[in-house]
Design a binder for this molecule. Structure first.
Ligand SMILES: [Fe+2]
Ligand SMILES: [Fe+2]
Length: 259
């Protein structure tokens, strides 16, 4: 028996939420996903993740929501970090007195540890993701059967270093944050990996925001307020297939779905 994990890249705004609400269950069935992990750090209309957008992602069928550098932007979600253990806040985000950087959930495969951590390169200052994850693995030693990590980071080198360092202790490692899917999916040893999942957001956009605003900012150097784009939505992510007996990842497939 195989166990399939579907990971979905950063959900961007109402466009991404609407798409998940209408399509995630269909996509789950299409790929035979047993566990769905969605990065929700940009799912609120005001960027960040709101209480409402988090609940919408869970209602759409996600089992775990991971976050990133925008996870603390909307204050109305803070209480949900305390009451909903499946809503993760990166383990090494600046110290906050609430939230979980990891969760262990029961599945048909067994206990799955999901870890969420931020990168340090070209990101706001935070603790080393390597040390933060070492600490989690040590504290949860013996409590899980399979381990998954979302490393939310800008630099491809940092995500690849994370893979090299942790590949023998995780079955699945994927990157998020750039919103641009990479084509380097691989099974490294027995760990499935992709540097970035991509996003679930408007196709006609730059990273999910109105393209012209970004162009103006970069070309004319004018101060621009980024606005979430709308229209046809695309979903990008990856499907990881793990052999239940050997606990080795057998295959990684890039996922692309469109309206
Ligand atoms: Fe993002
Ligand atoms: Fe991010």
């Amino acid at each position: 028996m195989n166990f399939n994990i579907l990971a979905v890249g950063d959900v961007v705004g109402a466009c991404g939420i609407r798409y998940l609400e209408s399509n995630l269950r269909r996509i789950k069935k299409k790929y035979g996903a047993d566990l769905i992990i969605v990065n929700g750090e940009n799912s609120a209309d005001a960027n960040g993740i709101s209480r409402r957008s988090a609940i919408s992602i869970f209602d759409a069928g996600a089992d775990v929501i991971t976050g990133g550098n925008h996870s603390l932007r909307c204050k109305d979600v803070y209480s949900l970090y305390e009451s909903e253990s499946r809503l993760l806040l990166p383990a090494n985000i600046s110290p906050v007195p609430f939230g979980n950087g990891h969760v262990i959930i029961e599945t048909s495969f067994g206990r799955v540890l999901v870890v969420n951590v931020l990168g340090q390169i070209y990101m706001n200052p935070c603790e080393s993701p390597f040390y933060a994850v070492e600490r989690i693995l040590k504290s949860e030693h013996g409590n899980y059967d399979l381990a998954v990590a979302d490393i939310h980071a800008e630099a491809t080198s940092e995500k690849l270093a994370f893979l090299r360092y942790f590949s023998d202790r995780f079955q699945v490692i994927f990157g998020t944050h750039t919103h641009v899917q990479t084509a380097d999916e691989m099974v490294f040893g027995s760990c499935g990996y992709i540097t970035d999942l991509g996003m679930c957001g408007a196709e006609d956009s730059i990273l999910g925001t109105v393209a012209q605003r970004v162009v103006d900012k970069l070309v004319k150097r004018t101060p621009e307020r980024f606005e979430l784009a709308d229209g046809k939505c695309v979903l990008r992510g990856a499907l990881f297939t793990i052999d239940s007996d050997s606990k080795k990842t057998l295959d990684v497939k890039r996922i692309f779905e469109a309206e």
